[in-house]
Design a protein around this ligand. Structure first.
Ligand code: UGA
Length: 424
């Protein structure tokens, strides 16, 4: 099939490379011509494993092309919208980018077309957009909501191995075409109406947020009662009803999706006078979790960190991405610098221009008082603790991701603070 994708962010590009892998031919449009000319050279403004290699390979094989100008290719089977729908500042998702794209597609189509919205849009948007645009062309088209569940850092794998494909449409003709698109993938289909498919997306991300906040609260209690959250986690995940994923206690969730989507679903519900107290609580816990971590550092230093140097390992909101959006490291760095501390940071991919960033994790330790681990990149998991101990003036590690929770660091003369386990 021939697919036209609008929006070259991480969803659009991951979809493009994956669809090529499935044997389709794809052309991508993004209004940012600087971004497009870089993408064509394999230079991306995001880091996603194997993505730039996939782009270059598929361009070479003539399966993939890019343009900053929209020109419809006649034999296009499916249009796919993957533009961002950011928070508009009031907690709502701003869908104006989706509308801009539809305004380009609709007047240009000359034959029946299927337009897939993958961007996360508020419940009711797909139907409302169809009503808004249906009279702007004499040609038939269907607007389908087909949410994306890929996760940054494993986006290509997730696209090729989805745990479900949700299709929100009432048109059997459109449903059949979307199924044809994914026919080489082995997955469960959930076919539903447009509104339900939109809510599935918000409910999924909200549930993950709730799960993370839940385990973080239990971890805080474990800490206060002298328990070990790792053992508690084992006890929970053995119950299949609870499941083993998203039970890693830490400093709270970040990224572009969980914070934005929990805010948007609450906003939608509030307007309808429906209480989403659980999701609201998850958001509060998430904010408190960051403050709690900062306050533990402050407590260690008797509330005086002026002039102290903190080595920070990991800036991105999670490993295998360079994305700093809503990364807990931002909050920690803001707080520590506000109280007069200096930061020496290292991240394998993320770049934060607001801090002094070093090119290795070892360099970041030099002259530092303490180490803070903000992201659980693999390269931080088995460090040379002797080296860390010799370098840190105050011989203390604050581990926001519990990656050393099962190690005995006292034998390296290191003090250790994590989330959900008390060390004497
Ligand atoms: C999330 C969802 O997981 C995807 O399914 C969804 O498609 C995507 O949003 C989206 O809407 O586009 P993503 O934002 O890439 O994916 O990241 P997650 O893997 O969900 O992690 C979010 C945050 O939660 C990270 O900061 C991570 O460190 C944190 N987290 C995750 C925990 O603190 N504990 C855990 O057990 C898991």
């Amino acid at each position: 099939m021939k697919i036209c994708i609008f929006g070259c962010g991480y969803v659009g590009l991951s979809a493009a490379v994956s669809l090529c892998k499935m044997g389709h031919s794809v052309y991508c449009i993004d209004k940012n011509d600087y971004r497009i000319s870089n993408i064509e050279k394999g230079i991306l403004d995001i880091y996603e494993p194997e993505l730039s290699e996939g782009i270059i390979e598929n361009i070479k094989q003539n399966k993939l092309s890019f343009s900053a100008k929209f020109k419809i290719q006649n034999d296009t089977d499916i249009f796919m919208i993957t533009v961002n729908t950011p928070n508009n500042g009031k907690g709502e998702a701003d869908i104006s980018n989706v509308k801009d794209v539809l305004s380009q597609i609709i007047p240009s189509i000359t034959k029946y077309s299927v337009i897939i919205i993958k961007s996360t849009v508020p419940v009711g948007s797909t139907k409302a957009l169809f009503e808004e645009y249906k009279n702007k062309t004499s040609v038939n088209f269907d607007l389908v909501f087909n949410p994306e569940f890929l996760s940054q850092g494993s986006a290509l794998y997730n696209f090729m191995h989805p745990q479900r494909i949700v299709i929100g449409s009432k048109s059997q003709r459109a449903i059949d075409i979307v199924k044809e698109l994914y026919k080489s993938i082995d997955s469960k289909y959930i076919i539903t109406d447009e509104n339900s498919s939109e809510l599935i997306k918000y409910a999924s991300n909200s549930f993950l947020a709730v799960k993370i906040s839940f385990i973080n609260e239990i971890a805080n209690l474990a800490n206060a009662t002298g328990c070990n959250i790792e053992d508690i986690k084992k006890g929970l995940e053995a119950d299949e009803r609870i499941g083993k994923h998203f039970l890693n206690a830490g400093i709270g969730y970040g990224g572009s999706c969980l914070p934005k989507d929990t805010s948007a679903i609450i906003n939608m519900a509030d307007k309808l006078k429906v209480d989403l107290n659980t999701i609201k609580a998850a958001r509060i816990t998430n904010e408190n979790q960051k403050r709690r971590f900062i306050s533990n550092i402050m407590k260690f230093y008797n509330y005086n960190i002026a002039g102290k140097v903190f080595a920070i390992w990991g800036l991105s909101f999670k490993p295998n991405t360079g994305d700093l959006r809503e990364a807990p490291s931002n909050t920690i760095i803001d707080a520590l610098t506000r109280y007069g501390a200096n930061i020496k940071a290292y991240d394998p991919k993320a770049v934060n221009n607001a801090v002094k960033q070093l090119t290795s994790k070892e360099e970041a330790l030099s002259e530092a008082n303490a180490l803070i681990v903000c992201t659980e990149w693999d390269e931080f998991k088995n460090p040379d603790f002797e080296f860390i101990s010799n370098n840190l003036k105050d011989k203390v590690i604050f581990d926001a991701r519990n990656i050393y929770i099962n190690q005995d660091l006292s034998k390296f003369n290191l003090k250790y603070y994590c989330i959900g386990r008390l060390y004497e």
